[in-house]
Design a protein around this ligand. Structure first.
Ligand code: SAH
Length: 270
């Protein structure tokens, strides 16, 4: 395909965290159409099996501390490929619009006059805790959830931890393991109790998945003692972090689903 036969376009696709089974059907359809895939490094390589054999795969990872591809370069590459008539899929871990720079990429593409579509994905801050049985907005103890970055913008300010300590929401912190001391201290100083439940889930939905349950007061030590809990990981702070009937096997999940009242009411509506 080239610029004369069909216009190129870009689809930002959320691959979910970890396991390729977390792709949506819409994501699989976009992968099947793609002629070029620009792939972030948190994306499970198993996802690539849905691409055509002829599709080109371009890794554009940017893990903290590793060699990274500058964002401006990714923008230029997407524009150039689309102008060549390629059907470009930009594959991102989790959801493209949750700490995924999807908004910046959509803006760059629109400015360049390129058609762009976004396919949402499961985000690590919800599907990660769920993998260890934590319902982030369980109504018995949370009125909502705040998805927060633990990583300040270069030269910018980080989140207002004192305000978050008082907001009464479950806090789910992405990119927080490296700076856990700087996250916990202002939360405690603003009055969040040291015995507030906390949890860590790292590499959720992968064979390397690990979890820890602790409290806000012990969170930093827990992370320091266990290097296996490293990035990528999300921190959960709030009463829900103490919940969690871990459903490990697909059979257990199926059993729980079968007996849930929600499933029952669906059936009664045929
Ligand atoms: N767009 C992604 C987030 C990208 S930022 C999403 O919606 O999930 C990268 C951060 O996401 C990591 O530092 C970590 O905090 C979190 N993350 C990504 N994959 C993860 C996984 N499999 N398990 C736990 N946390 C993960």
């Amino acid at each position: 395909m080239n610029a004369r036969t069909a216009p190129g376009r870009v689809t930002l696709v959320g691959a979910g965290p970890g396991d390729a089974d977390l792709l949506t059907v819409r994501a699989v359809k976009a992968l099947r159409r793609a002629t070029v895939a620009l792939v972030d490094d948190l994306v499970d390589p198993g996802v690539l099996r849905y691409l055509r054999k002829s599709a080109r795969v371009v890794p554009v990872g940017k893990r903290g501390g590793c060699v990274s591809t500058p964002q401006a370069f990714i923008h230029r590459l997407m524009v150039a490929e689309a102008r060549q008539g390629e059907q470009v899929v930009r594959l991102k871990g989790g959801d493209p619009f949750v700490f995924g720079r999807g908004g910046e990429e959509v803006d760059a593409l629109r400015e360049a006059g390129i058609e762009v579509e976004v396919v949402s994905g499961l985000t690590a801050g919800i599907a990660g805790p769920a993998a260890i049985g934590i319902p982030v907005t369980d109504r018995r103890c949370a009125s909502g959830v705040a998805l927060v970055t633990g990583h300040a913008q270069p030269g910018g300010e980080g989140p207002d931890w004192a305000a978050l300590a008082r907001c009464g929401l479950t806090l789910v912190v992405y990119m927080g393991t490296q700076r856990v001391g700087e996250i916990v201290a202002p939360l405690l100083a603003a009055g969040l109790a040291a015995d507030t439940p906390a949890a860590v889930v790292s590499a959720a939905h992968t064979p390397r998945q690990r979890e820890a349950r602790c409290t806000l007061g012990t969170l930093a030590d827990r992370l320091a003692q266990d290097p296996g809990l490293g990035s990528p990981a999300v921190l959960v702070i709030g009463a829900v972090a103490a919940l969690g009937a871990v459903m490990e096997s697909p059979e257990e999940v199926e059993t729980a689903f079968r007996y849930s009242p929600i499933r029952g009411s669906n059936e009664s509506f045929g």
